[in-house]
Design a protein around this ligand. Structure first.
Ligand code: IPD
Ligand code: CA
Ligand code: CA
Length: 256
């Protein structure tokens, strides 16, 4: 199955790459900060058509078209373009993210970092890879030497879950904090050891399904802000190299 997931992620990525920098339609979803372009839709259509052809009995949960339920034990969780704001503004950091679950457990995950042509993939129990190279989280145990990454939900102006305070606290404690604009890529870089940790609130299942498995298969850990196990519907994610996990949890739980 993983080979087919990789194939369709690359095909969808090629469609998105072709559209990058061109004139395309941009619409808003509810607020001026939440965008969707015609390439989000084109990419999703390509992926769903492929699943319908190759795995016609499987269920699908996709960002732009929602639930396509079939009663199957397999569920494909799809973000056809993660990093739409970057894409729409000409910033070349965006991805296609596809996770496949069997009875609620993610069994494979693929994130295609389109403009770097970097294909991240993981199978449950089989390790994580980028373009065939095995990935491992880094070995840093000192938060003061860490580079962290985060993202903000589209309702960040309401400061959900102390998002502003957490950002400031990590700026003060870490070597640096980055905000790339594609949660799926944030997971990949954490799996690869580029980032030591990634935290965010209010992600959606399609933002994290593949990425969570990638981090876990690279030796990292993904929990909520209290260290509890999470599923793809969780509203808090903390993904780290394990070694700075407890310290990040302490900072996230300071009194603000
Ligand atoms: C967004 C990106 C971003 C994250 C947002 C997501 P989208 O996904 O992953 O990094 O901070 O919360 O919604 O809308 O570009 O697919
Ligand atoms: Ca997304
Ligand atoms: Ca998206």
């Amino acid at each position: 199955m993983i080979d087919k997931v990789i194939q369709i992620a690359k095909e969808a990525g090629a469609i998105v790459r072709e559209g990058f920098g061109q004139n395309f339609m941009i619409e808003t979803k509810g607020s001026l900060t939440n965008l969707v372009t015609e390439y989000d839709k084109k990419s999703e259509k390509e992926i769903i058509n492929y699943i319908k052809k190759e795995f016609s009995s499987h269920s699908v949960l996709a960002e732009e078209s929602g639930n396509h339920k079939s009663g199957s034990e397999y569920l494909w969780v799809i973000d056809p373009l993660d990093g739409t704001t970057n894409f729409a503004h000409g910033l070349p950091i965006f991805s296609v993210s596809i996770g496949v679950q069997k009875i609620g457990q993610t069994i494979c995950g693929v994130v295609y970092d389109v403009m770097r042509d970097a294909l991240y993939s993981a199978e449950l129990g089989g390790g994580a890879f980028c373009n065939g190279r095995k990935l491992h989280v880094n070995h840093n145990s000192d938060i003061r030497k860490s580079v962290l990454v985060t993202g903000f939900p589209y309702n960040i102006s309401e400061n959900p879950d102390h998002a502003f305070e957490h950002f400031i606290a990590f700026l003060k404690n870490a070597r640096a904090v980055r905000r790339l604009g594609s949660a799926a890529i944030d997971f990949c870089y954490t799996a690869e050891g580029v980032f030591d940790g990634f935290w965010e609130v209010f992600l959606h299942p399609w933002d994290m399904c593949a990425g969570k498995l990638l981090v876990e298969e690279a030796g990292g850990i993904v929990t909520d802000f209290n260290g509890n196990e999470i599923n793809i519907f969780s509203k808090q994610i903390l993904a780290t190299n394990r070694l700075i996990h407890n310290e990040m949890i302490s900072i996230l739980n300071e009194k603000y």
